[in-house]
Design a protein around this ligand. Structure first.
Ligand code: VG1
Ligand code: CO
Length: 600
């Protein structure tokens, strides 16, 4: 390529109307051209400045930007956001390596090609991408950490349905593998409102179906096995030999439902090939661009195939499912559902004895605000620091980086550890299998196995039980949801400690605000909560992951230490407080909804 000393290569100086490619030299040692630090791309790559216009509303929600796939497929829609991200990151990205992958949903492969061109055009030296553009969210976090990448882009709308008529999404994770904090996402949003030029490298599409390296000048794309780094990470956490031995018991069987999403290949490789489970243990294990028309959200409503299997009279001892991008998990025993708020508490309580990575003890634990207080009790018993954060995994990253949190979780089927910086579906599965393996190590084959239900009931006997339920009212009219929120704010403003609401006495009512203990950043308006004197709670939030309308989430919690009540059905135990919550919010009046779309 010719050296072109007159060409300014900083982003700002790229002519907006330029139609032709702008060739430029790279930072070649001894070259006579002075290369500016803000040069747009690496040597040997031609940058084509593509003029563009901002789209409204490209604001990152709880976890990345999620919109209808058709919105994402509009000209430059995805490119605008990615360019805005790179612009927000600035010169820092020059010469760095970027991870890339997604949950296999519709439009992922095309999106990957656009992102690779923008990465090259904005000065990244390398993109490490999962084969066929696949990469589970926890695997992307592991990849970033293990390969010391600058960061990574994950193409996923997680548990939202996929396909041309459903959702697509994208999010950026930083160099310790954590979802970008709000100071970055705010900056990206700022850039999206003024983006005018896309720095696209003029390179052909890369064959993502073959593992290997493709070079364009000094820029390279490495296609990698999306499972390998993640598997290596999990091997540093769990005792694979012990798990393999446990799974080989003839009196134990399990089933893992990948829900036609990204974890199929992970489940097959880890559970079947590494740990010796039969191939039939992985259900729906082939990733499909529209999740086979399903809703890849592992809960009792959407994982109905698995639920049917586990509620049959003859069933496997252990059942699990994960979501679209593999960061969520649902854990089931025979006819038994483990509430995610209990799951994280249980994993924390058993981590030190059952999981090698935690054998030195936990540095601390954390949960999102709406998640039940079961974990708080474990933290107290273990005498470790405890943190309550807003909803969304991005708030755990700082705590983990600062060495203050080893295990954390959310009520929304998210559980994780500080081995990576994302919630991790298969981590939860292996954690539960580790607990079961440990508890059954002295039970002879054919003896009475300690079950998932046994582990939970013993936990409740020791700590008491935090009954918990979440009601989701999906796709309400936004105006209605806003009116309900405004009404609740008025109720909060008028309320005072000691007020009687139904049979409950109010301790506090507020709009949750969080100050990050590490960097002091503040997040406000993170959920309206009513906390009662007996520790019961009612919380309302609007979802930040939907792509249309408003989803209202109502979270209900009540604690009991009464042995006679421990085994009650959660909906029965929570009946009275649920009624109070509905009366207080007048949800039915505001939304016209008689009942929720999903109950957890
Ligand atoms: C939901 C959950 C939240 C979770 C987020 C991303 O957010 O409530 O706990 O972190 O999804 O999960 P919201 O704003 O809709 O309540 V995932 O697996 O969709 O990345
Ligand atoms: Co997810």
């Amino acid at each position: 390529m010719m050296l072109h000393s007159k060409v300014h290569t900083s982003r700002a100086s790229v002519p907006r109307s330029a139609k032709s490619a702008v060739p430029f030299s790279g930072a070649r040692r001894g070259a006579s051209v002075r290369v500016s630090a803000s040069m747009a791309a690496v040597a040997g790559v031609t940058v084509k400045p593509v003029p563009t216009k901002p789209y409204e509303g490209q604001k990152t929600g709880t976890s990345g930007l999620r919109k209808k796939t058709k919105e994402f497929m509009q000209p430059n829609y995805l490119a605008n956001w990615v360019q805005s991200l790179f612009s927000a990151l600035g010169d820092e990205v020059k010469g760095k390596s970027l991870g890339l992958g997604g949950d296999g949903r519709y439009y992922g492969k095309e999106a990957a090609q656009i992102i690779i061109k923008l990465a090259a055009g904005n000065g990244f030296k390398k993109v490490v991408v999962g084969q066929d553009a696949l990469m589970a969210t926890p695997a992307a976090s592991a990849l970033i950490r293990r390969r010391h990448l600058y960061g990574g882009l994950i193409m996923s709308a997680s548990h939202n349905p996929g396909g041309p008529d459903n959702d697509f999404g994208i999010k950026f994770n930083y160099n310790s593998g954590e979802p970008a904090p709000e100071r970055i996402t705010d900056k990206i949003f700022g850039e999206t409102s003024k983006v005018a030029t896309l720095n696209m490298a003029d390179i052909p599409d890369v064959d993502l179906s073959k593992i290997g390296v493709t070079k364009f000048g000094e820029f390279e794309v490495e296609v990698v096995d999306p499972v390998a780094d993640y598997l290596a990470q999990l091997k540093e956490v769990f005792d694979f030999a012990l798990l393999k031995k446990f799974l080989s018991r003839k009196d134990f069987s399990m089933v893992f439902d990948a829900m036609h999403a990204v974890t199929g290949p992970y489940g097959k490789r880890i559970l079947v090939e590494e740990l010796g489970a039969p191939a039939s243990a992985v259900l729906n294990g082939v990733p499909s661009p529209d999740f086979n028309g399903g809703h890849p959200d592992p809960n009792l409503t959407y994982a109905e195939e698995l639920v049917k299997i586990m509620w049959a009279d003859k069933a496997p001892a252990f059942g699990a499912a994960s979501d679209g991008d593999g960061d969520r998990n649902m854990i089931l025993g025979h006819k038994f559902f483990v509430n995610p708020s209990d799951s994280v508490a249980l994993i924390a309580a058993n981590a030190q004895s059952c999981i090698p990575y935690f054998k030195g003890g936990l540095k601390g634990v954390a949960r999102s605000m709406p998640t039940s207080g079961a974990l708080d009790r474990v933290a107290e018993a273990l005498k470790v620091p405890f943190f309550e954060t807003p909803t969304g995994w991005k708030f755990f990253g700082n705590l983990m980086d600062a060495g203050k949190c080893s295990v954390c979780g959310e009520e929304s089927f998210g559980t994780g550890g500080d081995h990576i910086r994302e919630k991790d579906g298969l981590f939860a599965v292996l954690a539960w299998l580790s607990i079961l393996a440990f508890r059954n190590k002295d039970v002879p084959e054919g003896g009475k196995l300690v079950t998932v239900a046994d582990v939970c009931t013993e936990h409740w006997k020791k700590y008491g039980r935090n009954f918990f339920s979440r009601y989701d009212y999906e796709e309400c009219a936004s105006a209605d949801a806003d009116k309900m929120v405004a009404h609740l704010r008025e109720v909060i403003a008028k309320s005072k400690p000691g007020d009687k609401i139904g049979e409950f006495t109010l301790a506090t009512a507020d709009d949750f605000e969080y100050t990050d203990p590490i960097d002091g950043s503040k997040a406000s308006k993170q959920g309206l909560r009513f906390v009662f004197t007996d520790g019961s709670r009612i919380i309302f939030r609007l979802s930040g992951t939907g792509s249309s309308g408003a989803t209202i989430r109502m979270y209900i919690e009540q604690y009991t230490a009464d042995p006679a009540k421990l085994m009650l059905d959660a909906q029965v135990a929570l009946g009275p407080i649920i009624k109070v919550a509905l009366d207080l919010s007048q949800l039915q009046k505001f939304t016209g909804r008689e009942r929720p779309t999903v109950i957890t």
